[in-house]
Design a protein around this ligand. Sequence first.
Ligand SMILES: *[C@@H]1O[C@H](CO)[C@@H](O)[C@H](O)[C@H]1NC(C)=O
Ligand SMILES: *[C@@H]1O[C@H](CO)[C@@H](O)[C@H](O)[C@H]1NC(C)=O
Ligand SMILES: *[C@@H]1O[C@H](CO)[C@@H](O)[C@H](O)[C@H]1NC(C)=O
Ligand SMILES: *[C@@H]1O[C@H](CO)[C@@H](O)[C@H](O)[C@H]1NC(C)=O
Ligand SMILES: *[C@@H]1O[C@H](CO)[C@@H](O)[C@H](O)[C@H]1NC(C)=O
Ligand SMILES: *[C@@H]1O[C@H](CO)[C@@H](O)[C@H](O)[C@H]1NC(C)=O
Length: 520
Amino acid sequence: MLIISSFAVMHLLVAAILISVVSFANAFTRNDFPPNFLFGAGTSAYQVEGAAKEDGRKPSIWDTFAHAGNAGQFEGNGDIACDQYHKYKDDVKLMAKMGLDAYRFSISWSRLIPHGKGPVNPKGLQYYNNLINELTSQGIQPHVTLHHWDLPQALEDEYEGWVSRRIVKDFTAYADVCFKEFGDRVKYWTTVNEANGGAQGGYGFGFLPPQRCTLPSIYNCSKGNSSTEPYFAAHHMLLAHASASRLYRKKYQVKQQGLIGLNLLVFGLIPLTNTSEDIIATQRTQDFNIGWFLNPLIFGKYPSTMEKNVGSRLPIFTSRESNLVKGSIDFLGVNFYSSFYIKNNPGSLKKKNRDYIADMAVEVKPYSGNGTFADELPVTPWVLQGMLHSLKNDYGDFPIYIHENGQLTGRNSSLDDWPRVWYLHEYIGGMFDMLRNGLNIRGYFVWAFLDVFELLNGFERSFGLYYVHFEDPTLRRQPKLSAVWYSNFLNDRPVDSKITMKTEENSSVLANTHLVHIAT
Ligand SMILES: *[C@@H]1O[C@H](CO)[C@@H](O)[C@H](O)[C@H]1NC(C)=O
Ligand SMILES: *[C@@H]1O[C@H](CO)[C@@H](O)[C@H](O)[C@H]1NC(C)=O
Ligand SMILES: *[C@@H]1O[C@H](CO)[C@@H](O)[C@H](O)[C@H]1NC(C)=O
Ligand SMILES: *[C@@H]1O[C@H](CO)[C@@H](O)[C@H](O)[C@H]1NC(C)=O
Ligand SMILES: *[C@@H]1O[C@H](CO)[C@@H](O)[C@H](O)[C@H]1NC(C)=O
Ligand SMILES: *[C@@H]1O[C@H](CO)[C@@H](O)[C@H](O)[C@H]1NC(C)=O
C-alpha cells in the first residue's frame, strides 16, 4: 500500500468527540452482487509473514529499507510482522469464518529463491504449498502477486535490480517456478504490485525501497538518478511482466486455466479549475500515472504526452518488445485510495535534470473529499467510478479487480473502527452502482486482512480488519467492528442496525455526509 507522502504528514484533527447511536442499514446485500463477483482481503509477504531470517529466506530490498529506519516517521520492520509464516492455519480459519471468497497475498521471492536466481529453497516452496492448500481446502481462492516491492537484495547488489534489463530474465525464471509449482491451484497471477507507484516511489522520490533518487532535499538517497531511473525501472517492469505473461500463456495457461495481470495504483485526478489548461494537465497526469503502463500494455507504446515531455530519457520499445508487451494482461488490478487536484504547471519543463513530476508539468494538491475527517482517507467511491469509466473509454473493456481499497486509522485506536465500516459500506455500495453502470469489475479486496507492517506508517497506523496484539507474544488477532461488518455482509446476514459511532462534534463537514443520511 502506498500513501502518497502528503498523507503521511497530515495531522490528526483535534476535535471534541460525541458518541451517538445511529441506525446503519445497508441498501444492498451480498446477494445483490453477481454470484461470481469475488470479495476478499489482502496482505503482502514482507508486511505479514515475519520469519524474515528463517528457513533459508534471504533479505529483500524492503528488509534493507526498513532496517535502515525508513518505515516512515516510525520505527519498525517486518522481521516478525504478523508472523503469518507460522500462523497461516489460524489466519485461514479466520478468513473462512469471515466468509472471504479469496485471499490476495504475495510470494516473497527471496524466500522461494533466496539469491533471486539459482536454487529454489525447499522450505519456501513448502510454505507456499501449505498456505495455498490451506486456502483451497477452505474454498478460498488464492490470488497471488509475484512482486510486491520486495526484490531480492542480492539482485539489487548485483545489477541494481529493476534499473537493469537483466531483471527480465531472472523475474521470468522466478515466475516460471511459481507457475510450475503452484499454478495447479492458483488461477490468478499478478506480476507486479503498483508498478507505477514502485517506479515513482523507489526511483524518483526515493521514499520506497530501494530508495534511489537525486532529490536531496527529500530523502537523501545515496544512489540513483530521478531523471532517468523511474523510466528505466518501469520499462523493465513492463518487459518482465510481458515476458512472464508470454511464458504463462505458452506453457501453462491452457492446462492451468488461470489468468495473468498487472496491478496499478490509480489516483483520483480532479482538475483544480475548469480551465482547459487544467483539464489537459489532468489528462496528462493520467497518462503519466496510468498510461505509462496501460498504453504499452494495450497499444504497445508509451503515451505521446510522455514521449514529448520526457524525450530521449524515455526508453524505446523495439517492435518485437512492443508486440510482446501489447495485449499481455488478462485483467488489471487496481489499488485505489486517494485523489488529487491537478493544476497545470508548464514552468517545470524549463528545469534541467527534470524528475517525473517536473516532466508531468503539473502541481498536485491532495483532495480531502467532501465528507471526511483530516486524519482519514476521503470516502469518494464516485471518484473511483469516474476513473474506471475513463479507463474503459481510453483503453477498452478488460476485467478489473479492485485489489486494494481500505481505510487508515491509528493502529491502537478503538476496535470500534467505524470510519472503516463507513468506508467499506460506501465503497462496496459504490461497487454495486459501478456494476450496474456497466463497469467490468470482477472482484473487490479490502486492504488489509490484518494490521500488517505498513510502509510509511510502520506499525503506528493501519488498515486491518483484524487488530493484532503485538505486545502479546502470541500476536493474538482480534476482530474489529469492520471485520464483524464485513463478515455479516459476506454471509448475507443483516448488518447490525445499531452501531455506536463517534462523530466529531460540530463538524460542518459532517452535516453534508452520507453518514448522516444513513444514520437517520
Ligand atoms: C536530508 O539531508 C538534509 C541536510 O543534511 C537534512 O536536513 C534532512 O533532514 C535530510 N532528510 C532526511 C529525510 O533524512
Ligand atoms: C542522470 O542521467 C542523465 C542522463 O544520463 C544525466 O544527464 C544526468 O546528469 C544524471 N543526473 C545525475 C544527478 O546524475
Ligand atoms: C467545473 O464544472 C463543473 C460542471 O459544470 C462544476 O460542477 C464544477 O463546480 C466546476 N469546478 C470548478 C472548480 O469551477
Ligand atoms: C498508541 O501508540 C502510541 C505510540 O506508540 C502511544 O503513544 C499511545 O499511547 C498509544 N495509545 C494507546 C491507546 O495505546
Ligand atoms: C461550532 O460551529 C460554530 C459555527 O461555525 C462556531 O461558531 C462554534 O465555535 C463551533 N463550536 C465548536 C465547539 O467548535
Ligand atoms: C460529494 O461530492 C460528490 C461530487 O460533487 C457527490 O457526487 C457526492 O454525492 C458528495 N458526497 C457527499 C457525501 O456529500
